[in-house]
Design a binder for this molecule. Sequence first.
Ligand SMILES: Cc1cc2nc3c(=O)[nH]c(=O)nc-3n(C[C@H](O)[C@H](O)[C@H](O)COP(=O)(O)OP(=O)(O)OC[C@H]3O[C@@H](n4cnc5c(N)ncnc54)[C@H](O)[C@@H]3O)c2cc1C
Length: 486
Amino acid sequence: MTTLVWFRQDLRLADHPALHAVLRAPTDKGLIIPVYIHTAETLESGMGTGHGLPEGGAARWWRHHSLKALSKSLETRGSRLVIRRGDPLTGLWQLIRETGATRVVWHRRMEPAAREEDSRIKATLRAEGIEVHSFNGNYLHEPWEIMNKQGKPFQVFTPYWKAVIAAGLDLPSLPAPDALPGVPDTLDGLSVEALGLLPEISWDRDFYAQWQPGETGAWKRFEDFMPLIDDYAEARNLLIGTGVSKLSAHLHFGEISPRQIVRHLLDTRGSVLEPRGVEHFVRELGWREFGAYLAFHFPETVDSPLDKRFLHFAWRDAPEDLRAWQRGQTGVPVVDAAMRCLWHTGWMHNRARMIVASFLTKNLLIDWRHGAAWFMDTLVDADEPSNTAGWQWTAGTGADAAPYFRIFNPVLQAEKFDPDGAFIRRWVPELARLDNRYLYAPWTADTNTLHQAGITLGKTYPAPIVDLQGSRQRALEHFNEIKRAP
Ligand SMILES: Cc1cc2nc3c(=O)[nH]c(=O)nc-3n(C[C@H](O)[C@H](O)[C@H](O)COP(=O)(O)OP(=O)(O)OC[C@H]3O[C@@H](n4cnc5c(N)ncnc54)[C@H](O)[C@@H]3O)c2cc1C
């Protein structure tokens, strides 16, 4: 029996339940064809989005290199990745015709649009007598396994996570195959380069020093992080980003699975519920699970507020402010540092994401969907479920959301989580010579101090586009109105 193994958001060979099941099936001595079908127009082929946004440049860069890495690992095992482009169902049919395959396997995705597409493809193939099997390859548990006592989905993280722990974290992680059957030479495919995922203008220079997409890079990143894990609970909040794993894009593209991470921690540390650093790190993986869980149970929330009172919220239409935020030109140093870091590296620290999201949705009163779309366009780890959950949480419109009156003060946040100013100085070099007393709020410095640091507000660095106190008050009034609604 010939099988197509359809790779999407699972660009790895270890802990690959779909591939493993095919290799273990006793009746099979047939061909195994690893397949990747690229859909350029939408985020679907791997990302999936309710909006149908095109995959952003940063994620496309990552995908290019991750596909190269996967191709290479398949080749070292005697196989090869057959790459096609276009509509996935059409592509699968074509491959079925060319290879005589009678079975297709893949890992389930949680993005609502991708899930719809997978169901349609599954039904169509099955109706034509093709065997189709889907597996859980990207999450600890299936979203339908974790329900509250009433059999309903959780909407609050803490009880959800308790239920996940009760369901068990001692889960298997499968080894990578040593060898795979060859793919016939007659079966043609595109090169990764032919997909045109790399940018035409080389804005991606900094990416190469920062990231190593692919399974080997993912494990290297995880192993580099392991000595730091005991300090994670405290160090994870430092904006400079030295206390976190930076595994998010590797997880998003499925180069490492959460089960592999948890398994490795259980094997090397004996428990994932203690000590504090390990427990906290695994709990953060739980937030990733929770995002996917919400996208599964509440699919409409990828572009609509979970809290329906926000359906008609009067967000400000302020394209210039949005543009200043996107470009890191708001005049609020920590916001600008974070937005420029995103632009240069395709990644932003979690606390920085919360600060810039709060600034956009509360201080600027701009619809969270604009922010979410920008993140999807610029993050290497652009992941619709985690992104939606993060934005809705910060905007106060989602599940287990931050209370509406929680408006991050970007100056206090920066003082606390960038205490030596290294993060701001790294990304906003115009302010590098300013004393820490003024670095977080340069508008409080007198002209002489600014002059000595080589700064003219409004010229060398923007004056703040919004008054932090006044805009906080405005947000509270707007949100109060909504929260009073039934
Ligand atoms: C507004 C906003 C938007 C976000 N958009 C995305 C996104 O598009 N893609 C994405 O992967 N994460 C997103 N996050 C979650 C989080 O910021 C990133 O996962 C994290 O910063 C990645 O860095 P890390 O790998 O070093 O995380 P670590 O702190 O090392 O955590 C380990 C892993 O746990 C997961 N994780 C950690 N925190 C969260 C969280 N709050 N929510 C979900 N998963 C989490 C990630 O997979 C991460 O790699 C968003 C958060 C916010 C507030």
